[in-house]
Ligand binder design. Structure first.
Ligand code: FAD
Length: 308
């Protein structure tokens, strides 16, 4: 069985989420990668060094410069003539491309897989992660998105062949207007080893940054937020952790002034150690916390930051 993994990259760097998708693909068969973009030689070189990869297909063309799913999906669909399964990380862009590929191939997509049981059978979360479904597909070609936290990241150590492939061109269905990208020195949420997250209790954007940022800086942590904090404008959208935000599983997750709603837990409950700071001792977050501090965050967090 041959698998094709879409390589997510940005600014000439391969994104970590790809590595988990490679591990998932290696459980199905021979792993081929697709690097689509413009000026992506360095990404292709990095991709070829991933352990267990047999071949890297490179489509270097302006049509793929901004990763528009409307252009990438037909390219994948064409390559699927020679592959049995397509895997993309379940990231925002991966989730944009994979359903289009499934539609073009006229097969069902299986989303957010947690494990590969056999060539046709996968597990995936349902009901915001409260139940795990085992799904068997009878489609000849599989289209899967992969939950990054459920698979180890593939290591370095490969020396795959790199092969240039022809572009399928600009389909003219969408065009790139611009991107507003929040520049941050902090680790990206999905790959951060420590995350400090703030909730509605922070009360304002100023207080969010005044309380959360210094602790995150001391710990070298990424910063996350609950949806309530994002909706209130205390933190940007890409900080959101949860069912409709990012799924994270760092070594340490510090939830500050976050109640622990089921939709928030869906995004962070697989973290290795969960620390919760909340003034309500009955807050649901304490049911999943390994370490809990009951008290006023505006007193506890600055004290903690100072002592670190
Ligand atoms: P609250 O629930 O208001 O909790 C604030 C907490 O702060 C309380 O526990 C309170 O005791 C504590 N507190 C208050 N003051 C202090 C203080 N001074 N010191 C210490 N503690 C204090 N939510 C997400 O986070 N991510 C998602 O992806 C997400 N997706 C959703 C999808 C759907 C379809 C729906 C319906 C909801 C979703 N939500 C999501 C929203 C979720 O249901 C909750 O509303 C949200 O998580 C609550 O955020 P919060 O814990 O910051 O706020």
């Amino acid at each position: 069985m041959k698998t094709l993994v879409w390589v997510e990259h940005e600014g000439g760097q391969l994104k970590d989420a790809t590595l988990s998708a490679v591990t998932a693909a290696s459980k199905l068969g021979e792993v081929h990668l697709l690097v689509a973009g413009q000026g992506v030689g360095a990404v292709a070189e990095a991709a070829a060094k991933i352990a267990g990869v047999a071949k890297v297909h490179v489509a270097d063309d302006g049509a793929y410069a901004h990763g528009l799913a409307e252009n990438v999906a037909p390219l994948v669909a064409e390559l699927m003539g020679h592959h049995d399964a397509f895997l993309a990380p379940a990231t925002t862009t991966g989730k944009n491309i994979a359903p289009r590929v499934a539609a073009l191939l006229d097969v069902m997509q299986i989303s957010d897989i947690l494990s590969v049981e056999d060539a046709d059978t996968f597990t995936r979360p349902i009901y915001a992660g409260n139940a795990i479904a085992t799904v068997k597909s009878s489609d000849a070609k599989k289209v899967l998105t992969v939950r990054g936290t459920a698979f180890d990241k593939a290591a370095e150590g490969g020396s795959a062949a790199i092969e240039a492939i022809a572009s399928t061109g600009d389909k003219g269905l969408s065009s790139f207007i611009g991107a507003e990208i929040a520049a941050s020195e902090r680790p990206e949420l999905t790959s951060a080893k420590i995350i400090v997250s703030g909730g509605r209790a922070l009360g304002s954007a100023e207080q969010f940054h005044a309380i959360i940022d210094p602790l995150a800086d001391k710990l070298g942590a990424g910063v996350g937020a609950s949806r309530a904090a994002v909706d209130a404008g205390y933190a940007p959208n890409d900080y959101q952790v949860g069912q409709t935000g990012k799924i994270v599983a760092p070594e340490v997750y510090v939830a500050i002034g976050i109640s622990g709603a089921i939709q928030h837990l869906a995004g962070m409950k697989d973290s290795k150690t969960i620390v919760a700071i909340n003034k309500d001792e009955d807050a649901p977050i304490f049911q999943v916390a390994d370490i809990g501090l009951v008290g006023d965050l505006f007193k506890i967090v600055p004290e903690l930051t100072e002592k670190l």
